[in-house]
Write a protein of this length. Structure first.
Length: 221
């Protein structure tokens, strides 16, 4: 579920240079939060393999939950030693934005109305690990919008060709007042087929002015 997307949750002011929080030394990337239920501390497993260890006094420790997807701006304060010499870093989080992250839904007649099929524009798309990501733009006002990735129910059989996925947008009757944008991510794990190493897929979406979106990709696992 996404509405009007606000900016990053800010943890550093632009002028905060003395404490190592300078945006001139910042990195930005997507990741998944790892956090135990009884703990205030957390780590972020980045899409490119790095693991971030935010500073103990990070104000974001109460803002995030386990398995949430985030877009994070961070400054590295040091390397965390580990026997495997992996890329583990102590970091200061400069800003953090939560990203819509969900699985693929099986669409049924009962769900059709709530899923909707309003137009949306895909600015960019990419697959990283088990996740299909989109950068989207659309029009709205002040209501919550809904974004889903759906497929027809049934057993996946890649021998019949690519799995057809539909990127669905429900404006919830919102007015087209201002241009909006959002990042959304979908877990592709349910597309795995026993005995296979990859699943071809095709994403379609209704676009503006009759310019529909199509993207053919391959989920490798």
């Amino acid at each position: 579920m996404i509405g009007i997307m606000s900016g990053f949750l800010t943890g550093c002011e632009l002028g905060d240079v003395d404490d190592g929080c300078s945006l001139n030394n910042a990195w930005v990337g997507f990741g998944i939060v790892s956090k135990e239920a009884a703990s205030e501390s957390f780590t972020i497993n980045m899409d490119d393999g790095e693991v971030l260890y935010p500073s103990a006094n990070s104000e974001f420790r109460n803002e995030v939950e386990n398995n949430e997807r985030v877009l994070v701006n961070f400054t590295i304060s040091g390397n965390k030693e580990n026997p495997d010499h992996n890329e583990y870093y102590y970091v200061q989080i400069n800003s953090l934005r939560k990203i819509l992250y969900k699985g693929i839904l099986n669409i049924t007649p009962a769900k059709e109305d709530s899923i909707g099929n309003d137009p949306i524009h895909v600015e960019d798309k990419w697959v990283k690990n088990n996740i299909l990501n989109f950068e989207l733009s659309y029009w709205g006002g002040n209501k919550i919008h809904y974004i889903n990735l759906v497929k027809q129910p049934g057993v996946i059989n890649t021998d019949n060709g690519a799995v057809i996925l539909e990127l669905r947008h429900n404006t919830n009757g919102d007015d087209e007042q201002i241009p909006l944008s959002a990042f959304v991510s979908f877990d592709l794990s349910t597309l795995k087929v026993a005995g296979k190493t990859s699943t071809p897929f095709k994403v379609i979406a209704k676009g503006f002015n009759g310019k529909d979106f199509e993207y053919t990709g391959e989920y490798k696992y």
